[in-house]
Design a protein around this ligand. Structure first.
Ligand SMILES: NC(=O)C1=CN([C@@H]2O[C@H](COP(=O)(O)OP(=O)(O)OC[C@H]3O[C@@H](n4cnc5c(N)ncnc54)[C@H](OP(=O)(O)O)[C@@H]3O)[C@@H](O)[C@H]2O)C=CC1
Ligand SMILES: [Mg+2]
Length: 352
């Protein structure tokens, strides 16, 4: 009987293991690396590193797109040695994912000269030559990366930036110490733990049933219009933030609201973009643009938006000096929100 129970137990655990999907296994592995410094150090031995210089990722140009090269610990050791650095530099790296085969991925910035780091910033041009690539600003590179690399590098940059900006405890003023994975920093004197944070931002596509409202800030590329976006205020719900932002920016009152999707966005300091569709009250469509926040806002017809969606980034100047109307690129959640609206009439997106 006891033998039978033993077999059953073994079979059960076998089936439990079998039932764990690749996603669950990966997630649990990453969670272990965040909690266990020794396991994370071990993972660095067989892991792959993405390199940055002053928050600009190392990229290699291939045809019409950029690729993000990976480096092994051994390659890094050789590189650091060549530039007179020791392996302590690796302590500044942060964990930013793993492959399905559980190869851990890390990001390391060789150009930040933070006060807690004993490592001097390494010279960019010499490193670029050595690494056969270029450190390119993420804003410039993001739309020429594939989705996987764009997401990986965005997360890595947000994490590296957060660590660089949180070197000291805001209560004791003492230097904080990061764990190996970089999932937290701790103040050694009072044990306060700091976790990386991101800021919630609402982005809303307002429709009156037949047209949608798009706006532009003076900082946008010429001719580009997007959905209304704004940082959530402290204490606000998602619904309250949408209602306030729409009222503040274009002077309209939102009637109905439907959540669509969310996206991590690396600018300006790592935001969680929460995208929604909204309608305004019928007959209440007169826009009053808040010129402190926006350069322009207007209603666009379904046809105008559908045509613009089919075009690639056309930011060339026309003969009359104007720039054609265009929309954010595919990678931006604003694009997905607008595409959703074009594909489904607002009334079928929003509940009555
Ligand atoms: N992924 C996507 O599809 C899109 C992403 N976005 C992102 O959404 C973000 C927010 O949109 P935006 O219209 O600029 O926001 P807001 O309409 O909230 O206006 C921005 C201003 O709000 C102030 N502000 C308030 N809280 C914060 C905070 N936590 N961090 C920074 N500034 C704050 C700043 O003013 P001050 O400078 O005076 O302090 C800033 O200039 C943008 O950074 C943009 O990158 C926007 C559109 C599309
Ligand atoms: Mg705004």
């Amino acid at each position: 009987m006891s033998l039978y129970c033993g077999i059953t137990r073994r079979r059960k655990s076998f089936w439990c293991c079998r039932l764990l999907s690749t996603y669950v296994t990966k997630t649990r592995y990453l969670s272990e690396l965040k909690e266990d410094d020794d396991a994370c150090k071990k993972a660095q031995q067989t892991g792959a590193f993405y390199l940055f210089h002053n928050l600009a990722p190392l990229l290699q140009k291939s045809e019409h797109q950029y690729l993000a090269p990976q480096h092994s610990l051994l390659e890094l050791e050789r590189l650091l040695g060549k530039f007179g650095q020791d392996m302590q530099t690796i302590e500044d790296s942060v964990l930013n994912g793993c492959s399905e085969q559980q190869e851990a991925w890390f990001a390391l910035d060789l150009g930040l000269n933070s006060s807690s780091s004993i490592n001097a910033s390494l010279q960019k041009p010499e490193m670029e030559t050595e690494l056969k690539g270029s450190f390119i600003g993420l804003r410039k590179a993001l739309f020429q990366l594939n989705v996987k690399d764009a997401s990986l590098l965005s997360t890595a940059q947000a994490l590296l930036r957060w660590h660089d900006a949180h070197q000291f405890c805001s209560r004791s003023g003492q230097p904080t110490k990061k764990n190996v994975a970089g999932s937290k920093r701790v103040c050694p004197s009072n044990k306060i733990i700091y976790y990386p944070q991101m800021t919630p931002v609402v982005i809303t596509l307002v429709s009156d049933g037949t047209q949608c409202l798009l706006a532009r800030q003076s900082s946008f590329p010429e001719g580009m219009y997007s959905a209304l976006a704004g940082f959530c205020d402290i204490g606000e719900s998602l619904e309250e933030a949408v209602r306030r932002e729409v009222a503040e920016e274009v002077g309209l009152e939102v009637e109905r609201l439907q959540y669509s999707a969310s996206q991590h966005w690396p600018f300006p300091n790592g935001a969680l973009m929460i995208a929604c569709h909204a309608t305004v009250k019928p007959g209440q469509t007169e826009i009053q643009v808040n010129l402190r926040e926006l350069e322009a806002a207007a209603w666009f017809s379904h046809d105008e938006v559908a045509t613009a969606l089919r075009k690639d980034n056309p930011s060339y100047q026309q003969q009359n000096g104007a720039f054609p109307f265009w929309l954010p690129p595919k990678l931006a959640i604003a694009h997905q929100l607008i595409k959703e609206w074009v594909e489904k009439p607002t009334c079928s997106i929003l509940p009555p």
